[in-house]
Write a protein that binds this ligand. Structure first.
Ligand code: GTP
Ligand code: MG
Length: 399
């Protein structure tokens, strides 16, 4: 997941709040020069409570019946106008985007930073402009990549009868863009894949813009909701067709750090926290926590950071969480560990595809699967559902 946006909007704060990795955070543009990578967690209700078992997670964590699934986050350098031509840290930023499956676009919902990320009074900048600008920059950068050898690509299609989709799949694989993205883009943009020589400059740009939407889907983290003007601006952002999640990254970071130090009980995504021992915290800490509670948590469902990450994976990328087990009675693996793993797989993944994901031999020797709750036998084409607990029966033993 790429965390993107113009400079000084709180990308690194969001990243740090999600991963607890300490990174440079400062109130001026280009604080981040080299991208930061870290592990954040998706939050999903674990099946352990429903099934009445005590689990022993291996590839994830379970906190009071909430499963936390690790995911990789990349905190990118800030993007400024002209990045596609290499302005600012443009090239590096765009390289990082190419590795991401989807983007969380952090915007300063209060409009307290100008188009280049310099501080200004809240309410000055319209964050809607920031969204249009980011879409435009990425589309221009993709157009530039496509244009480099478009003439020869178009000639190959028209004179040598090579397929445009094959050529583009090959050309764009380095950007983590696959065949299905390209097929979907051509369909959505209504372009003729047989006649690329007839595509105008505008057609190429339309292709690039649509490709971004298909291959790098995006949600908006409307950050700095503690500042004035944020609420009004969020209403405008809601009309843009993206899912918009109000966030206070700075407040989330305070809560995560306080929880890490044992001062409060707080699980990311909760709408509340509990001070453990009031006598151990300083008056400043008490005041910061009071402000977070009154300004944010009493008016919103959460601090937003966890919700943004969850939404990006579960709604935008349409991932589901499934729990493979080896023993359908004990719900355990061969070492007796109960509900050890949860796998994040795309919606529409079949039982056999899950078997392959667990182990190639499992996939090759697949005989059938069992849905553990109902003890139903499932064929290889069974389409998995979120929170399925599945036993795979395979002819080949696990290595
Ligand atoms: N009021 C408020 N300030 C925030 C919030 N999140 C981040 N900030 C502040 O915004 C400033 C910029 O934060 P960074 O996380 O460094 O921003 P960035 O987007 O990574 O910036 P670059 O790396 O320069 O692109 C810092 O002063 C943060 O403390 C928030 O939710 N509310
Ligand atoms: Mg940063």
């Amino acid at each position: 997941m790429g965390i993107v946006g113009k400079p000084n909007v709180g990308k690194s704060t969001f990243f740090s709040a999600a991963t607890l990795v300490s990174v440079a955070i400062a109130p001026y543009p280009f604080t981040t020069i080299k991208p930061n990578r870290g592990i954040g967690y998706l939050r999903t209700p674990c099946v352990c409570k429903e099934l009445g078992v005590n689990d022993q997670p291996v590839n994830s964590i379970c906190v009071d019946g909430i499963r936390l699934i690790p995911v990789e986050l990349i905190d990118c350098a800030g993007l400024v106008p002209g990045a596609w031509q290499g302005r600012g840290l443009g090239n590096q930023f765009l390289d990082e985007i190419s590795k991401a499956d989807a983007l969380i676009h952090v915007v300063d919902a209060a409009g307290a930073t100008d188009e280049e990320g310099r501080l200004c009074n809240p309410g000055t900048r319209d964050p809607v402009e920031d969204i249009k600008f980011l879409e435009e920059e990425i589309a221009r950068w993709l157009t530039q990549i496509l244009k480099r050898d478009w003439v020869s690509v178009a000639n190959r299609v028209e004179f040598m009868k090579d397929k445009l989709i094959d050529i583009l799949t090959d050309r764009l694989s380095g950007l983590n863009i696959g065949r299905t993205h390209i097929v979907e883009t051509i369909k959505r943009a209504g372009l003729n894949a047989e006649k690329p020589k007839a595509w105008s400059e505008d057609d190429l740009f339309l292709f690039a813009k649509t490709l971004r939407a298909v291959a790098k889907p995006m949600i908006i983290a409307a950050n700095k909701i503690d500042l004035p003007y944020a609420e009004e601006n969020i209403k405008k952002l809601n009309d843009l067709g993206y899912i918009t999640i109000p966030c206070c990254s700075e407040g989330e970071l305070v809560l995560r750090r306080a929880a890490e130090k044992g001062l409060i009980d707080y699980t990311p995504g909760d709408q509340n926290f509990k001070i453990k021992k009031p006598e151990t915290i300083t008056p400043q800490q008490t005041e910061a926590l009071r402000i977070i509670k009154e300004k944010i948590l009493e008016n919103h469902e959460s601090m937003g950071v966890q919700e943004a990450i969850n939404t990006a994976y579960f709604k935008i990328l349409q991932m589901i969480a499934v729990y493979p087990v080896e023993d359908a009675e004990k719900l355990s693996d061969h070492q007796g560990r109960v509900l050890p793993d949860v796998h994040l797989v795309p919606y529409r993944t079949t039982a056999r595809e899950l078997a392959y994901k667990i182990h190639t031999e499992h996939g090759e020797g697949f005989i059938y699967a069992v849905e553990v709750r109902t003890k139903t036998r499932l064929g290889e084409d069974y389409v998995l559902k979120d929170r399925d607990v599945i036993k795979i029966v395979s002819a080949k033993a696990r290595a």
